[in-house]
Design a protein around this ligand. Sequence first.
Ligand SMILES: Cc1cc2nc3c(=O)[nH]c(=O)nc-3n(C[C@H](O)[C@H](O)[C@H](O)COP(=O)(O)OP(=O)(O)OC[C@H]3O[C@@H](n4cnc5c(N)ncnc54)[C@H](O)[C@@H]3O)c2cc1C
Ligand SMILES: *[C@@H]1O[C@H](CO)[C@@H](O)[C@H](O)[C@H]1NC(C)=O
Ligand SMILES: *[C@@H]1O[C@H](CO)[C@@H](O)[C@H](O)[C@H]1NC(C)=O
Length: 540
Amino acid sequence: MAAATLSRHVSLAFLLFFSNLLFFLPSPSSSAASPSAIDDFVSCLLSANIPADQVLTPTSTSFISVLTSSVQNARFATSSSSNATSPACIVAASDVAHVQSAVRCGRRHVIRLRVRSGGHDYEGLSYRSLRSDDVFAVLDLARLRAVRVRAGDATAWVESGATLGELYYSIGKSNPGFAFPGGACPTVGVGGYLSGGGIGLMMRKFGLGADNVLDAMLVNADGDVLDRGRMGEDLFWAIRGGGGESFGVVVSWRIKLSMVPSTVTVFNIAKTVSGDGAAVAALAKWENLILQPFMPELTIRVVLQGNTALFQSLYIGGCGRLAASMDAYFPELGMSRSDCNELTWLRAMAFITTGNITAPPEDMLRRTNNLGTSVKSKSDYVRRAIGATAWTSLFTNWLSRNNNGILILEPHGGVVGAVVPDYATPYPHRAGVLYNVQYGVFWWGDDGVNAARRWLDGVYEEMGPLVSSDPREAFVNYRDLEIGENEIGEDGLTTYESGRRWGERYFMGNFRRLAVVKGRVDPGDYFRNEQSIPPLFQSY
Ligand SMILES: Cc1cc2nc3c(=O)[nH]c(=O)nc-3n(C[C@H](O)[C@H](O)[C@H](O)COP(=O)(O)OP(=O)(O)OC[C@H]3O[C@@H](n4cnc5c(N)ncnc54)[C@H](O)[C@@H]3O)c2cc1C
Ligand SMILES: *[C@@H]1O[C@H](CO)[C@@H](O)[C@H](O)[C@H]1NC(C)=O
Ligand SMILES: *[C@@H]1O[C@H](CO)[C@@H](O)[C@H](O)[C@H]1NC(C)=O
């Protein structure tokens, strides 16, 4: 008791002495354990030499602006609107040693960490908790964002807090012949993207983002920094697709760069569902081409909204060969040479983001948040072509009735599907997968929420019989808490059985191995959220 009281006074003294920004005056009447645990945690961080202006509590003037700096979903912009708990502290780490201190102080004072790189988690799990009694800190890595390209061996070290746009920019500026198979959205954080595997427009040629990770620096539950050699191959396997948060804090990744020609070809073709059924015929052909030995250099992803199917395409090569092949194999798309934009890979990525061929690559460096639009997503994998009747029904019954609903189809096959085995990384949706479907619905304020929910639930139900089953597969990077949430057992650990409900949908046969790795590297279940891997104390 005396020691606790003393440390509390010490921490207050630290706060008042070292920082003008903090007005942290814990009220003695507020609930017993939490305020003093946070108080002690903060004091521990400051005495571990984290600068005071990088340790924020709710009374800090910049707390809200830092908390919302990378929030991408208005559903979670306020804790009251989602019944979730906000952090009691934000640690804005700018050094690996800060990450180590956050873990060590968190363990010592029983404050859990929500690790945040780019903040794009679809359920906001990097900065909110659904447990009302959870007292936690956000460990924000946005300042740990260096990218160091090593042209000599075509690799790069990238820190987790970098965005994909920052990564693309550094790579493309260092050598227009270098690239990386990342996603289409430049504000996504490298940390979360690679933790979940990472799908994108070049995975048919180069594999997932995580397939191209060669090494990593991880701060484990003891606060130690481990590289690949020290962490061992099981843990290195788990962090390349097993989802964020569960195994520790990955502070940086060594990635293999891909070789591309000095220009690649991008084009967008929009087809509408008009009387001639152009969009439906093109979709029905598109899904049948994916597993054909049909140019892994070419990826055509499709965005469906309203009456339109937008075929967004990236070809790692020149227009001449592409146009000839499209003419021969995919005439339904009606692509011609005039659709081609031959650009450096970096400019091509900017085009994919903006749809504008003159958009400067610097546009991809903007770190934006989104506190205006609410979004809810779900995902599926299709292993058997669904056919023209189903496409027609999707447009007639769903897409054309709600312009705020969207489907994004990401083709697999090629290297991601046919070359890398299902167990090579935790990402199991490979052999035989035609494409991933992301369903998204948007709304503003409270008005649209009911209509949005009805739409999303309806389209997801209609697709049920057409998509993978036993399990109905889902993509961990498109996190969906409706497929299941962890339960905590009497021993205080996440139960394996509760994890299986959602975990086997994300990881299929790889879930068990993830749980065994978790049991070995974080047996106390310190790194935890509503969908973290539960520890399993068995061998495989
Ligand atoms: C607009 C948009 C477009 C997207 N496009 C794609 C796409 O093309 N392809 C694709 O694969 N995904 C895509 N996603 C999904 C995206 O990859 C995931 O949401 C990813 O988790 C986001 O990473 P983040 O660092 O921004 O997220 P965060 O919210 O910061 O983190 C996501 C999860 O990972 C954990 N985490 C974050 N950093 C670390 C770390 N360094 N160490 C350990 N755990 C960590 C967090 O605690 C959280 O659980 C998209 C998402 C959005 C919103
Ligand atoms: C918040 O909780 C209340 C009571 O449990 C519930 O009625 C309400 O729907 C919840 N709100 C949200 C946004 O989940
Ligand atoms: C395309 O980008 C350029 C350069 O930023 C800008 O001037 C132009 O207005 C953009 N065009 C469209 C249609 O947005």
